[in-house]
Every structure is written in structure tokens, then in C-alpha cells.
Design a protein around this ligand. Structure first.
Ligand code: F6R
Length: 365
């Protein structure tokens, strides 16, 4: 049932304040402002040597964002790779390592193969899945759930923000267990997570403006997405979403890599979407953005009010998201990139919920 929405994807985008809140309530004790995992852990975060994550597609971008959290908040070394590469690399794994597999369906063939490899290597095996009864869940020592309900649209939206909510909580739990986060910092970070659903509701209100921008994107042949730090995987996710449902070629790039090649592509006909909420790295991203503006690139900036105030000239459009802590900002920043892809696809007239050549669950490699 799509409710009042034209597509499941739109319905699922709009469910996110609820699905994020539902997922967070599983991992947090909101009253006490503490992280509170319900699962019995077959390992001790304090003793882990390393975290190794594998996943595919959007779930891989969730892990790529989480890498920043685990490294920064828990001082835990992290590796992440797409499962189709990881499984054949057969990397050496350290004793006392945790392997974490992220999958909405829990049936993705490459992710399952990566899991079996890690289990065979004696790693602790955990998964983050949306389907409890799935194969990946069954073969894991501990299963962390995303509680976003069934996702019908082939393009993942609410599963991603649920994965991120769970991963942010797990990174916090790891940080507390490893002594990297004290009680005050924990309470502050938990409050940042608690404030997320209402910030997402506010971000969804920029839909009217996004429809206008999407109209112009639908005329583009290529679109570049730029981000730095945890906004880099958000940029890649934005590009993936646009490609898969609108069939417009898009690429996500680390903002600092621009001058190492892709800037050669920039001209008046190329929209460049810059994901840069205000944080300590924003200034760097803005200077990359100005390099694009100087070459006539059409810039669409996703930022908050502080970021907009510093952005300078030459920007075609600014999509404002609420100002939140830089911890949760990458989760919030996925909302406008979802809406941009969705509305661009609607203008293109594609089959948004069932894009050509794609399957919801990729059970063959
Ligand atoms: C993109 C998308 C895919 C999936 C990928 C992994 O919108 O939906 O990239 O994220 O196929 O699927 P799961 O999470 O089921 O392992």
C-alpha cells in the first residue's frame, strides 16, 4: 500500500522520521541518554583488534560512513570493502577481529560469501540486517536489526537511514566500551541521535524546492556529486541513487580528488552537487566548490544555514538542511540526495520503484 504516495520509494522516504526513531529506540536508552545494546555480544568491544565490514551497493555506503564513526569515536581500526571484492581478495584477518556484514535483504550472495570466509577465518561474525529470517542473519553469531519495516522500492532509502542509525549507535557503544567516550560525551551524542527524526522531518520540507532543481537535473547528461569525510560516501550514495532510478550518469567523488582529474569534465552543462553541511571540513570542500564555480559548473549546494552564510558566490541553488551535530549530519544529508534522485526520475518518467535491469535482492553473484 503506497498510502497517498505515487511510488513506494516516496512513501519510504517519508517514513524515515518514524523508521529512524524506531531503530534508535532499539539501541538507545533515551531517558537515561545512554547507548544500551540489547543483543548479547559474543565479543568484547574493548578487546577488538579491528573491525572489517563488507556489503554491497547502498549498504556499502552505510558502512563507509560508519568507518568514520568507529575510527573517531571508538578509536577502532576499520576496513571496509565491497563484498564482491573482499571475498576473492581473501585478506589476512587479525585475531580478535570483528566482521560486520550489512544487508537490507540478508540474502545478497557476495555479502554472504564474505561472511562465510570470515567465519572460516575465526572472526567474530555480526550482521546488520532488515530481514530477521534471512540467511545472513542465520549464519551470524549476533544479529543487529534495522527496524524500518519491509522496503519495497528497489532503490534503498529507509533501510539506509536505519542502517546508519544502528551503526552510529554501535560506534557509540564501542566508544564507551573502549573508554574513548566518557559519560558526558555519550549523553551529548545520544541527544544528537534523538534529535535526528525531527531534523529529518524538517529536511523533507524542502521537497518543493528540490522538485524545481530536479527539473533542471533531468536535462543533464552527467552529474557530479562531491563530499569530504563522511559526506564523501553520501556523495557516492547520491550518485548511485540518481543512476539507478533516472538512468542519468552520475559520479560521487571525494572533493579533494577533483583537481586530480574530474575537474576536466566541468563546464556549464554539468551540474555539480556539493554535500557540505557546516563542520570543520566544510571550508576545504567550499574551496573545491569555488574551483568548480570558476569553471562555469552549475553548483547545487546541500548545507545548513551556517554553511550557506560561508558559501560565497557562484552557487545556482542551495538546499538547506537543519543544523545538527556533525556526528549525525551524514544521516540527515542523505535525505535531500534521495529526494533529488526521486524527483529527477519522476521527471524522466522512469519506473521509479522497479528500475530496469535491477532486482531488489541480488542472490546470484
Ligand atoms: C541501491 C540498492 C542496492 C542494495 C544492494 C545491497 O539503492 O538498493 O545497491 O543496497 O544490492 O542489498 P542488500 O542490502 O539487500 O544486501
Amino acid at each position: 500500500d503506497k498510502g497517498n504516495h505515487r511510488h513506494f520509494m516516496a512513501k519510504e522516504i517519508y517514513e524515515q522520521p518514524e523508521t529512524i526513531s524506531h531503530t534508535l529506540s532499539h539501541y538507545l536508552d533515551m531517558g537515561a541518554e545512554r547507548v544500551a545494546l540489547r543483543e548479547t555480544l559474543p565479543f568484547d568491544f574493548a578487546r577488538l583488534s579491528r573491525l572489517t565490514m563488507s556489503a554491497c551497493g547502498t549498504a556499502y555506503f552505510a558502512g563507509s560512513i560508519a568507518k568514520y564513526w568507529f575510527e573517531k569515536l571508538a578509536r577502532l581500526p576499520v576496513d571496509i570493502d565491497v563484498a564482491s571484492e573482499f571475498r576473492y581478495r581473501e585478506p589476512p584477518l587479525q585475531a580478535d577481529g570483528l566482521s560486520l556484514f550489512i544487508s537490507q535483504s540478508g540474502e545478497t550472495a557476495d555479502t554472504l560469501a564474505a561472511l562465510r570466509y570470515c567465519a572460516g577465518q575465526g572472526q567474530h561474525v555480526a550482521s546488520l540486517v532488515n530481514v530477521r529470517e534471512s540467511t545472513i542473519a542465520r549464519e551470524s553469531q549476533v544479529v543487529f536489526p534495522t527496524l524500518c519495516g519491509p522496503e519495497i522500492g528497489v532503490a534503498s532509502t529507509k533501510a539506509l537511514t536505519a542502517q546508519l542509525s544502528a551503526l552510529a549507535s554501535l560506534a557509540l557503544a564501542a566508544g564507551v566500551a573502549r573508554g574513548a567516550i566518557g559519560p558526558e560525551a555519550e549523553a551529548e551524542l545520544v541527544r544528537a541521535l534523538i534529535s535526528l527524526p525531527s531534523a529529518v522531518s524538517k529536511a523533507l520540507k524542502s521537497e518543493g524546492q528540490i522538485v524545481e532543481i530536479a527539473k533542471s537535473l533531468s536535462k543533464a547528461k552527467d552529474v557530479l556529486y562531491l563530499g569530504r569525510g563522511p559526506m564523501y560516501p553520501v556523495a557516492m550514495e547520491g550518485a548511485l541513487k540518481l543512476k539507478e532510478i533516472s538512468y542519468i550518469h552520475a559520479e560521487g567523488y571525494a572533493a579533494g580528488e577533483l583537481k586530480h582529474g574530474p575537474i576536466a569534465l566541468v563546464d556549464e552543462s554539468m551540474p555539480v552537487i556539493v554535500v557540505a553541511p557546516s563542520d570543520p571540513l566544510m571550508e576545504k570542500t567550499l574551496s573545491n566548490m569555488q574551483e568548480v564555480a570558476a569553471r562555469g559548473g552549475r553548483i547545487i549546494l546541500i548545507t545548513d544555514e551556517d554553511g550557506a552564510a560561508q558559501a560565497g558566490h557562484g552557487i545556482a541553488d542551495i538546499i538547506l538542511i537543519p543544523k545538527v551535530s556533525s556526528f549525525v549530519a551524514p544521516i540527515l544529508a542523505t535525505i535531500p540526495v534521495q529526494l533529488l534522485a526521486y524527483h529527477t526520475a519522476v521527471f524522466m518518467g522512469t519506473d521509479v520503484d522497479q528500475p530496469r535491469n535491477l532486482a531488489k535482492s541480488v542472490t546470484v553473484e
